[in-house]
Design a protein around this ligand. Structure first.
Ligand code: PA5
Length: 430
């Protein structure tokens, strides 16, 4: 068969290795029996009032993003995102997936995501502040890390170099934006931080990088349609959630390793890590996310995954086709098998070898395969994982859309700082 006839044109989920596995496997019958739950889960999800699956259909925010991006495009050498968690991880993964992880070495514009607190000064030294756009992103508009960074740069940069992305009504950031007359984009009230990458949170920085946001949304919309299907075969997000839930609940496989064979998708795995951890880790329940990168982690983590505790689902993420240089013909007999192949071919062959090794050791694996990495397939992937999390929330009967544990940490930090207003107990050497 010709390669282009074999290529699928959308995201696929291959779970045959789990079905055929034996002790830690799942039977086709057990998996399909879950189909009866889809309708009830969808109803219960709908009642929660979360609207992230509708984002691809809502045209207003996309127009606002395009209009502002058009106005600002080309005017800045660098873009700095001030945001954390759901207001940061999706943007990093968009940049890396579609522009490459080396983009900031030479990209125009470069895009930095300043989520942590200890690189503020270092990054500042690398920027020409007069040629930098700061995009401050916070759904709540009160997150201390983000707000502290905003006030820091506000002292040094005129208000014309800021854009805010925040809740339509609530929060300090909205109030400050109004006061200063700073351009603002909106995160819909019923879209939570870690589900917001397909709102202006991800779309605006993406548009400034020249990423085709219509394509991103078209891919996402296709997957959102699958999310509403009540048949097992048609609903990929439900299939993934079912596999994860049954493996954890029945077989004690409580860790999901997202293992992209692509450096471009490494930070996507971080985005997913937050989504899974913060959404499902509640009331003593949850699945622990781990991130691997193929082929690199074959030489770092794989030994543990093959012969260590059998408690991990290895979820490969495979890009079927990618442009990549050719390895020259090699005449040395022992290495000749490498010659004439592309690096991508070598990568995917190593993925197959690793997969077979894991299966031989009785370790559950599945593969998410995309035909190629593009705005469209990335949009599909974002929506695929978000929808699978919605189903997991229903399986575990937890609210996948709050984060009480995180909120408590925030509250206590505030208390600590308020109890020591002069910073007498700190070791400030600034
Ligand atoms: O998913 C979430 O809700 C969190 O990870 C938030 O995105 C993170 O805490 C930042 O919050 P905010 O966007 O309100 O600044």
């Amino acid at each position: 068969m010709l390669w282009w006839m074999r290529l699928s044109r959308h995201v696929e989920l291959l779970i045959h290795n789990i079905v055929g596995l034996g002790e830690k496997g799942l039977s086709t019958e057990a998996l399909h029996a879950e189909e009866a739950k889809i309708s009830g889960f969808l109803k219960s999800f709908k009642a929660k009032g979360q609207s992230f699956p509708l984002l691809p259909k809502v045209k207003g925010p996309v127009l606002a993003v395009k209009e502002l991006a058009e106005k600002l495009k080309g005017r800045f050498k660098d873009i700095v995102i001030l945001g954390i968690g759901g207001s940061a991880l999706g943007i990093t993964s968009l940049r890396d997936a579609l522009k490459g992880p080396l983009w900031n070495l030479d990209g125009k514009p470069r895009l930095f995501v300043l989520d942590n607190l200890d690189t503020v000064g270092e990054l500042e030294n690398m920027l020409d502040l007069d040629k930098t756009l700061f995009i401050v992103i916070s759904k709540s508009g009160t997150t201390p890390e983000t707000m502290a960074q905003f006030f820091y740069f506000r002292e040094k940069v005129s208000k014309e170099r800021f854009v805010f992305i925040t809740d339509p009504k609530e929060g300090e950031l909205r109030a400050i934006g109004k006061e200063y007359g700073i351009p603002m984009l909106t995160i819909p009230a019923e879209v939570g931080g870690r589900f917001s990458v397909l709102s202006p949170v991800g779309l605006f920085p993406a548009a400034l990088l020249g990423i085709d946001i219509e394509e991103l949304l078209a891919g996402a919309e296709k997957m959102a349609t699958q999310f509403g299907e009540t048949e097992w075969d048609l609903n990929l997000p439900f299939q993934l959630a079912t596999v994860q839930y049954l493996l954890e609940w029945k077989q004690g496989v409580g860790i999901t390793v997202l293992f992209p064979y692509s450096s471009r998708l490494a930070s996507f795995a971080d985005w997913y890590g937050q989504l899974l951890a913060e959404s499902i880790g509640k009331e003593g329940k949850g699945i622990t996310p781990l991130r691997g990168v193929g082929v690199t982690d074959q030489h770092s983590q794989l030994q543990l995954w093959t012969e260590g505790p059998n408690d991990k689902l290895i979820l490969f993420l495979e890009v079927e086709k990618e442009k990549s240089p050719l390895i020259p013909k090699i005449t040395r007999e022992k290495l000749a098998y490498l010659g004439g192949r592309s690096f991508h071919e070598l990568m995917n062959s190593e993925k197959k070898g690793t997969e077979q090794a894991l299966t031989e050791y009785g370790r559950p694996t599945a593969t998410i395969r995309i035909p190629s990495l593009s705005a469209r397939t990335l949009g599909e992937l974002f929506m695929f994982f978000e929808c699978s999390i919605a189903f997991l929330g229903e399986y575990y009967r937890v609210n996948a859309f709050d984060q009480p544990g995180v909120e408590l940490g925030k509250k206590l930090t505030k208390k600590i700082l308020q109890a020591d207003p002069k910073g007498l107990l700190s070791d400030n050497v600034a």
